[in-house]
Structures are given as C-alpha cells and as structure tokens.
Design a protein around this ligand. Structure first.
Ligand SMILES: Cc1ncc(COP(=O)(O)O)c(C=O)c1O
Length: 413
C-alpha cells in the first residue's frame, strides 16, 4: 500500500509573491521521463530512454492526402465545434475493429473519443477516485497512469507483475482487505515491462474480479502491436459490465494527432462524457475527421503489419545484442509486442548509476524506479527499441553492456 506524502503543499512565486497550489499538486510526481528526455534527446546521444513510435512508420503522405480531402470537401464542418462523444463514423470504425480483432460486441454509444488515451486515465480518475480511495495497479506500473491517478489522491496498491500477468494472490488479498475501486492494468505488451498476460491469467483475473466490485481498467495502447498478429482476449469478454478499455491511435497512426478512445458500460460512459465536457468540450474534431478519412482511404491492416514487422525486427536485434554482450547475471524480458524491454540488473547494481555512466558514453536508458509507487526497482531499467536504427541498437547496447559489466564488477569487489 502506498500513499504519497500529503503534508507538503506545492508553492511558487508569481510576480514576486508566494502562492500555494492546490494540495493535490504536491501528491503528483513530475513526469520523470519528460525530465530525462530533456537531457537525452541531444543528437549525439543514442537514446533508448523515450517511448516514441518509429517516425519512419508514420504515413505522412497518406495523412496529408486524407487532410486534403477533408478540408477540400467538408472543411467548414470539420473546423466547427462538434459533439463530446466524437465523430460517429470513427466510433463505428473502432466498434467494427473490436468485432473483427477480438470478437467483441461493442456499440459506438459505448465509445468516447479522447485527446490521446492519456486523457482517458484523467477522466477515469475524475469520475471514480475520491481522495483516499483504494486503487490497484501493476508493479512496475505505467508512469502516465501513476501521474494521472495521483491527481485524485488515491491509496495505491501495487500488484507485482509476474512473467505471465499480475500476481493474483496479491490482488485477491488487496481486494479482500480493502474496497479496491479499480485495478488498472495493461494486458498486452505492458509499459514498462513488455509483459503480456497469458490467456489463463486473463481468465483467472476475470473470475477473481467477477466476485468483487472492482472495475478493471484495461489500457490497450499496445494491443495492435502484437508481433504474432494473434490477439488474446480482452477482459471485457469475461467482465463486460466491469471493464473499461482505453485505446489509442498514437501507435498505429501518429501520436501527434492526439486521438484515443475509451470503451465503457453505459452508466460509466454517461459520467465520462460529463467529465470530458468539463475538461475540453470535445477532442480535436479536425484530427478525428482526418483519421477517419485516412482509415477509409487506406488498408489499416497492411499499415499495422508493417509496424509489427519493423518492431519485431528491432526487438530481435536488441535481444540478440543483449544476449551477446550483457553479463549472465542480468535478466531481461522478451516482449511479444509493444516497444519496450525490461532489464533487471544484479541485486545491488543501481540503475541510476548505470544511467549516469551510460550517459557519459552517450547512451540513454530509463531507470525503473519511477514505475514503482512504493519504492523499489532500483536495479531495473526500461529500454525502448522502436525508435532506434539497427546500427544504433548494436552500438548503444554494446556500450551499455560495458557500463553494466564495469559497475557490477566494482560492486562485487
Ligand atoms: C500504456 C500506455 N497508456 C497510455 C499511453 C498514452 O498514449 P496516448 O495518449 O498517446 O494515446 C501510453 C503512451 O506511451 C502508454 O504507454
């Protein structure tokens, strides 16, 4: 169980006077990744620290053509205010894709278009979390969710992520001891670990949560980036009235379009729509229209296949160099999709030290500690493979291996 320090208040100076900010700001961590990226995005640095999709796989020409069609044929309407729920044909497209990909029957009325899937997390926090409410999430957990939920000041219950999904005895014990409002998880190619829940773990999770009042928030940002092209069932299949799914066009179209969506049972949806209205009235309508036109003009399956193939290749290159160069005492995940590999250094080897020494060798990695709401993870690292060339992966991982070998040797001396 973990609660952020609530005694402090954030303060700052505005025009020479001291102001205090709302106390929820003191509970909300700055995005460590954004801070690190300021240092690591210098051109001479090989960075595995960020989480950017590969820019070479953004179909700029296709999006330009879709934008041109929308603006030429329906510009005035596409540039007007629109509905909070989002462009109906786009919601219908998403519903149809759930049917095709996962066999799920979801109605467009159960889908709300959001400003990236990150906004879903804020809206879910707004409608479901009061100060002191208990929520569970994976350990390690997605930093963006930790940040979004922290604004609503919950008590976090981190649930250890095993190789095939969350530790269900730990989740059961949390649900038995506390009124857990929601469990937030990423069953497909989790950020940061790259772990995918097995089919069995999904079924067991479904039957465990069915006996509780806990909602499952299924973040499916990486569901389409599955290297095998084979999808495992969504928890919605087992818990249709208890699951909220969040999805994103960021990894399959372009993150700059800022388009995501949330799928939720009708009663939850009504609340989400109210919260969204209060936040921003509606998501960027022009962007929604362009995305839909792009999806109409192009075969998205072929585009997604290209991304899957490229990321599979990049991950294989990274794994091979890791195998060839890292000491055997270092553990690492072999993701079946997504954009990340999770590295566990030998006990006592600090990833913060590795970060600092690697940076001197012009390689950036992301230390794992911010992904742990209860501390820990000091010997873990996240490596992003989607945004690096084969040459940079080989050179960067080889340099990283040298740093890890040196630091582990110093530590055992
Ligand atoms: C697990 C997960 N969820 C949500 C997001 C937010 O993505 P977006 O707001 O671009 O849809 C990300 C971004 O990397 C992510 O990794």
């Amino acid at each position: 169980m973990s609660q952020n320090n609530r005694s402090e208040q954030s303060s700052g100076h505005i025009g020479g006077r001291q102001y205090t900010f709302a106390s929820r700001m003191a509970d909300t961590p700055k995005s460590f990744i954004r801070e690190i990226l300021k240092v690591t995005e210098r051109p001479e640095i090989i960075s595995f620290a960020g989480g950017l999709p590969n820019p070479a796989l953004i179909d700029v020409e296709g999006i330009r053509s879709a934008a041109d069609t929308v603006l030429r044929l329906d510009g005035r309407s596409a540039l007007q205010y629109s509905t909070t729920e989002g462009y109906l044909p786009l919601r219908q497209f998403i519903a149809d894709r759930y049917k095709k990909r996962l066999g799920l029957s979801v109605s467009p009325d159960e889908i709300l278009i959001t400003n990236g899937s990150q906004q879903c997390l804020d809206l879910i926090g707004k409608i479901l979390i009061d100060t002191g409410d208990h929520i569970a999430l994976e350990r390690p957990g997605y930093l963006g969710a930790i940040q979004a939920f922290s604004l609503y000041r919950p008590v976090f219950h981190p649930i250890t992520l095993l190789d095939d999904g969350p530790d269900l005895s730990m989740l059961k014990s949390a649900c038995t001891s506390y009124p857990i409002r929601l469990f937030y998880g990423i069953p497909n190619s989790q950020n940061p670990s790259g772990i995918t829940y097995s089919a069995q773990r999904r079924r067991e999770l479904g039957s465990l949560l069915a006996k509780t009042d806990t909602l499952f928030v299924e973040d499916d940002a990486y569901g389409e980036l599955n290297f095998s092209g084979q999808s495992l069932p969504s928890l919605w299949q087992y818990l249709p009235s208890q699951t909220i799914i969040t999805g994103s066009f960021s990894k399959i179209l372009a993150p700059g379009m800022r388009l995501g969506w949330v799928v939720a049972p009708t009663d939850v949806m009504d609340q989400l729509v109210i919260a969204k209205q209060a936040s921003d009235l509606h998501s960027n309508y022009l962007s929604q229209r362009i995305a839909y036109e792009y999806l109409r003009q192009n075969t998205i399956d072929a585009h997604i296949k290209k991304i899957q193939d490229a990321y599979r290749h990049q991950s294989e290159v990274m794994i091979q160099v890791i195998k060839d160069t890292f000491p055997e005492t270092v553990g690492y995940t072999r993701p079946g999709g997504g954009m990340f590999i999770w590295v566990t250094l030998p006990d006592g080897c600090s990833s913060m030290d590795v970060f600092e020494h690697a940076l001197r060798e012009k390689v950036a990695v992301l230390p794992g500690t911010p992904f742990y709401v209860d501390g820990g993870g000091t010997n873990t690292l996240r490596l992003n493979f989607s945004n690096a060339t084969d040459e940079n992966i080989t050179a960067g991982i080889t340099r990283l291996a040298t740093v890890i070998r040196r630091l582990s040797a110093e530590q055992t001396r």
